[in-house]
Write a protein that binds this ligand. Structure first.
Ligand code: NDP
Length: 395
């Protein structure tokens, strides 16, 4: 009886719970645990109402390895899906090692006190996971995640040689708030206020935050301005796409969003340095998070679409080729299906498909893996069927 333990009951955790519940042949038993049990119970009620399935819930502080080990021993899952926050990646990997349970996440580890995300900490577990005979799948969301698999498909099927990759992420949706983030505000703001970084001719090039942009015609959305950011899939794709000359990541932001962010940054509210306030130490960004809407709460009434893909240039059979491999996802449709907005949906569906690959042993290799290191075909075949159809456009 395959059993899955989902950790994290936010926007993404809700989607994973619904999508697992829709697929009882693979996910026969589902347990959802998080820091606040009431959030798990609310999702369980909704899953019962919409999908007609019972899921169990539990409380856990995933920063505490012993507490998670205890929960794993009680639940006895075949796989742990981590959709809590990047801070919990290492403690959860430690708990999986101790109990010999497979692991999956959607975002790479980031220490709480430095806004720096890198794979080095999780890649350091490779040997230990191999020796324990268990698998860790890293970054099984959309970007990272599906974008890595699109690149693997291009590398293995569409091109003989790849020169450049530009990953383009557009949220053309409108949630009706003056300022809100579509996933955890703290993680999101830490990501976009860092310096931009891309890889060219064998080295990393660093630029000022939001200092390079381009206009791209996104399928399903139209022309939007996108800004160059550093994003974690660049680090693994540089290793796993041979012959690559350049790789960059771009994300769209509206003028209104950027103005808010600039003002919040100027007054110090996006800082992660603790400040003294009325005899107490507070982290300004954590305080700001408390004021901003919960990403899951944006779902109702959200209109418009996300459009995310990989623009890839190279050669096939001696001829130049340029393709855009992408998915378009509609906020209102995902709300109808699982009560979530498209950013949570486009993360939660690939997490569920990655989990299915592992539980059905289509992907099962002891060690720690990034998505593009595994065969792209079975994953891509399921992705469309599970709610995220994808397309290849010749440019
Ligand atoms: P939310 O903030 O909505 O949810 C996070 C959840 O994790 C909350 O339920 C929170 O509990 C729980 N949590 C936090 N700390 C702990 C802890 N110590 N122990 C147990 N549970 C904890 O975030 P999202 O759902 O939007 O995002 C989830 C993950 O998905 C993030 O890591 C994010 O980076 C990643 N992501 C990946 C994307 C991709 O494409 N690869 C895109 C978008 C997101 P509580 O409610 O008590 O705070």
């Amino acid at each position: 009886m395959p059993k899955v333990l989902i950790i994290g009951a936010g926007g993404v955790g809700g989607v994973v719970a619904h999508k697992c519940a829709q697929n009882p042949e693979v996910f026969e038993q589902i347990v959802l645990a998080s820091r606040t049990k009431a959030k798990c119970d609310a999702i369980a009620d909704q899953v019962k109402q919409i999908q007609g399935r019972e899921i169990q819930t539990a409380r856990v502080d995933a920063d505490d390895v012993a507490e998670t080990v205890e929960l794993i021993e009680q639940v006895q899952p075949d796989l742990l899906i981590n959709v809590a926050l990047p801070y919990q990646d290492l403690p959860l990997m430690d708990a999986c090692l101790q109990t010999k349970v497979d692991y999956l996440d959607t975002a790479n580890y980031e220490p709480k006190d430095t806004a720096k995300f890198e794979y080095q900490w999780q890649w350091a577990y490779r040997e230990r996971f191999r020796e324990a005979g268990i698998m860790a799948l890293l970054g099984s969301g959309f970007d990272p995640g599906v974008t890595n698999v699109f690149c693997a498909h291009a590398r293995d099927e569409l091109f003989d040689e790849i020169d450049t990759i530009d990953i383009l992420d557009c949220n053309g949706g409108d949630h009706g708030h003056a300022f809100a983030t579509n996933f955890n505000p703290e993680i999101n703001i830490r990501e976009i206020t860092q310096n931009g970084r891309y890889w060219e001719a064998g080295e990393w090039v660093e630029i000022e935050p939001m200092s390079q942009s381009l206009v791209f015609d996104f399928p399903g959305v139209g022309e939007r301005k996108a800004f160059l950011l550093y994003h974690e899939e660049l680090e693994s794709l540089v290793e796993n796409v041979p012959g690559l000359r350049r790789i960059r990541f771009w994300m769209t932001f509206g003028e209104e969003y950027l103005t808010h962010l600039r003002v919040l940054g100027n007054v110090g509210l996006t800082s992660i340095e603790p400040v003294e306030f009325q005899g107490q130490k507070i982290v300004p960004l954590q305080f700001l998070k408390a004021l901003l809407p919960d990403p899951a709460s944006l779902a109702e009434g959200y209109t418009g679409k996300t459009s995310i893909g990989c623009l890839i240039e190279g050669r096939k059979d001696g001829k130049a080729r340029k393709v855009f491999i992408y998915n378009v996802c509609d906020h209102a449709e995902t709300y109808r299906e699982v009560r979530a907005q498209a950013v949570s949906y486009t993360t939660g569906v690939p997490a569920t498909v990655g989990a299915e690959m592992m539980l059905t042993r289509k992907w099962h290799e002891p060690g720690v893996w990034n998505m593009e290191q595994l065969p792209s075909a079975p994953f891509l075949a399921r992705l469309g069927e599970r709610g995220l159809p994808w397309h290849v456009q010749e440019m």
